[in-house]
Design a protein around this ligand. Structure first.
Ligand SMILES: NC(=O)C1=CN([C@@H]2O[C@H](COP(=O)(O)OP(=O)(O)OC[C@H]3O[C@@H](n4cnc5c(N)ncnc54)[C@H](OP(=O)(O)O)[C@@H]3O)[C@@H](O)[C@H]2O)C=CC1
Ligand SMILES: Nc1nc(O)c(N)c(N[C@@H]2O[C@H](COP(=O)(O)O)[C@@H](O)[C@H]2O)n1
Length: 221
């Protein structure tokens, strides 16, 4: 399995504003790059915070990329994965439509009723007592043949993936906006590290539209 975290942050490191509304940080060129990365992935993963904030669809937008996937014998879109301990994903969320297979990953904290409702619209994976156990969840995804994993966010999920050592690559578009705000989400939120910080090796640095794309690989720990 290869896990790529791809996100866009403002020049001051925010994924969104304190209102947690979706903000276009990427320009057209970066959205096109993100679409190509989705098209080259088996699954696109987000946390439930992103579903509640953005109601994303997480599908490939460019028709030629969809056609290429079909030519390769792949489904039109990668699978969509929501990390959602208690089953808060709204039943009318865009990720639960029939455009692609969706996995909702819960912990034992999700009620049976919520799990039953979600199971009518998604494949359910249950791992973890309190929060979703990411190592077990990703192992289950791998068992389903999902090897090329793209994670889009948000900051809580990205932090947890670094914490358990699941991130192979980090691609960050740094866009030309300043968002500010102590409560605005950043690239890696959660509790934060105080020691044994994951370290990265810079693999690429390029101009994309009006911003910069940084590509990092995680160093061996
Ligand atoms: N600019 C960009 O590229 C992107 C921006 N965003 C922005 O990010 C914001 C959302 O980010 P954020 O609020 O951090 O939410 P996340 O999308 O990271 O979801 C976090 C939630 O996932 C659930 N979860 C379950 N298990 C785990 C686990 N093991 N580790 C971490 N989380 C877990 C938790 O809820 P529970 O306990 O209920 O399960 C947690 O609150 C929005 O404002 C959105 O617009 C999002 C993606 C990309
Ligand atoms: N790469 C990137 N750049 C931005 O500026 C963004 N705001 C995001 N957000 C992510 O894209 C999702 C929306 O997907 P759909 O267009 O609905 O398919 C959103 O939920 C974030 O994950 N990404």
């Amino acid at each position: 399995m290869h896990v790529v975290v791809n996100a866009a942050m403002s020049a001051d490191g925010k994924l969104s504003s304190r209102r947690r509304e979706q903000i276009a940080i990427s320009g057209d060129e970066d959205f096109a790059r993100m679409d190509r990365l989705r098209a080259d992935s088996d699954a696109v993963v987000v946390g439930v915070g992103t579903v509640l904030a953005d109601d994303p669809h997480l599908t490939v937008k460019e028709e030629s990329l969809i056609a290429d996937r079909r030519d390769r014998g792949e489904p039109a879109h990668p699978a969509r994965v929501v990390v959602d301990s208690t089953g808060r994903t709204p039943l009318d969320a865009a990720v639960l439509d029939d455009a692609a297979t969706t996995y909702v990953c819960t912990s034992e904290r999700a009620t049976i009723d919520d799990r039953m409702d979600l199971s009518n619209r998604a494949e359910l994976i249950t791992a973890g007592d309190d929060r979703v156990d990411l190592l077990r969840t990703f192992a289950t995804l791998q068992g389903q043949g999902l090897d090329r994993i793209m994670v889009e966010g948000g900051g809580e999920l990205i932090f947890s993936l670094f914490e358990v050592g699941l991130v192979d690559e980090l691609r960050v578009f740094v866009g030309p906006k300043v968002i500010g705000g102590r409560d605005a989400p950043t690239l890696a939120d959660g509790e934060g590290f105080v020691a044994e910080f994951p370290t990265l090796e810079l693999e690429g640095l390029e101009r994309v539209g009006e911003g910069a794309l940084l590509t990092w690989r995680t160093a061996e720990r």
